[in-house]
Design a protein around this ligand. Structure first.
Ligand SMILES: NC(=O)C1=CN([C@@H]2O[C@H](COP(=O)(O)OP(=O)(O)OC[C@H]3O[C@@H](n4cnc5c(N)ncnc54)[C@H](OP(=O)(O)O)[C@@H]3O)[C@@H](O)[C@H]2O)[C@@H](O)CC1
Ligand SMILES: Nc1ncnc2c1ncn2[C@@H]1O[C@H](COP(=O)(O)OP(=O)(O)O)[C@@H](O)[C@H]1O
Ligand SMILES: [Mg+2]
Length: 281
């Protein structure tokens, strides 16, 4: 396996500067579906990260109990609520997003599983699938065939194992992940240290990031960032590459100030601007 390293050179091939005549209506609308009682923070983090990564509009779809939490913590994000108080049971919306991220904090209630199945059957919008949405897929593997080609999935090692089964070596992990990517035509963001992106036989290895990212919610933030880039019309593979690179870069930039221990997922969001600036510096 000869990975393509995701470094500044590689990023400059796909990075799209902002057009000075753009406006929020054409800068992309991202929909983030997530959260459940006790995990509304995951929806807050992913939707705020989406806005801070540059899309024009962000809507969060959450259970009712998260309404005030989300509106107060991030007033720039619009909110749609499910009929249920504590978990998502019926995904419906009247907006037209260019990308949807689903899964952070969503839980695995039976009703959430059923509405996720319906959602997969009907949606045509480019998707990022993470966290509990991946765990639901692991329990219902026949639903994987509903995923459109180039859907992005973002498993951490345990979520990957639930999807593809155990491996005995790093080589076998890559073999199985590449086979899975080919079988379902998926872009797989294999989160870790470092993170790899698998797109069929193409393997990319990220060069940014450090152990400060080993903190609750850092994956939820990544989901928002990649969904935002998809909504801004990046090709799925480029949204994954740029998202993973910027996400890691925030931790490299923040480290001298925060150290490893005190860095939290909100620090990723706070440093997205500096990460963007360093691409063009
Ligand atoms: N503020 C909020 O609202 C937050 C909400 N969140 C939401 O919570 C939900 C559950 O997500 P989750 O990832 O915590 O649980 P789960 O899938 O059981 O995985 C945990 C196990 O996986 C493993 N593992 C993980 N990383 C690994 C690594 N790099 N390398 C190796 N192993 C690794 C490790 O397993 P072990 O090694 O212990 O066997 C670990 O115990 C989900 O919806 C998420 O979005 C969270 O984002 C937190 C903030
Ligand atoms: N030691 C590390 N070095 C670099 N990146 C890391 C390290 N530990 C975790 N990360 C990154 O942090 C993120 C963790 O995602 P995830 O486990 O889904 O977190 P959460 O579910 O809490 O949001 C991934 O992007 C992963 O690559
Ligand atoms: Mg996660």
């Amino acid at each position: 396996m000869n990975p393509i390293y995701i470094d500044k050179n590689e990023i400059l091939k796909c990075y799209k500067p902002i057009d000075k005549h753009t406006h929020k209506g054409i800068q992309g609308h991202a929909l983030l579906i997530g959260g459940s009682y006790g995990k509304i923070g995951a929806a807050c983090l992913s939707s705020k990260a989406a806005l801070k990564t540059g899309c024009g509009l962000v809507t969060a779809f959450i259970p009712k109990c998260g309404y005030e939490i989300l509106q107060i913590s991030i007033p720039e994000v619009m909110v749609l609520t499910d009929v249920q108080e504590k978990f998502i049971s019926n995904i419906t919306f009247d907006i037209v997003p260019q990308a949807i991220g689903i899964g952070p904090g969503v839980g695995q209630e039976q009703a959430t599983q059923i509405t996720f199945h319906e959602f997969l059957k009907t949606t045509k919008v480019p998707l990022v699938i993470d966290a509990d949405a991946l765990n639901i897929l692991s329990q219902n593997k026949s639903w994987l065939s509903l995923l459109k080609p180039k859907t992005i999935i973002t498993p951490h090692p345990k979520e990957l194992e639930r999807l593809i089964g155990k491996w005995d070596s790093e080589a076998e992990k890559f073999e199985k992940t590449i086979a899975f990517s080919k079988k379902y035509q998926l872009i797989i963001v294999m989160k870790g240290a470092p993170t790899h992106i698998i797109d069929g036989d193409a393997v990319y290895e990220n060069t940014t990031g450090n152990a400060a990212l080993a903190t609750a919610g850092s994956g939820d933030v990544l989901t928002g960032m990649i969904t935002s880039l998809l909504a801004q019309s990046y090709e799925p593979i480029n949204a994954a590459i740029l998202g993973v690179y910027l996400h890691g870069l925030t931790a490299d930039i923040a480290l001298p100030e925060t150290g490893y221990q005190s860095f939290i997922a909100s620090d990723i969001i706070d440093n997205i601007g500096r990460a963007y600036l360093s691409i063009t510096a």
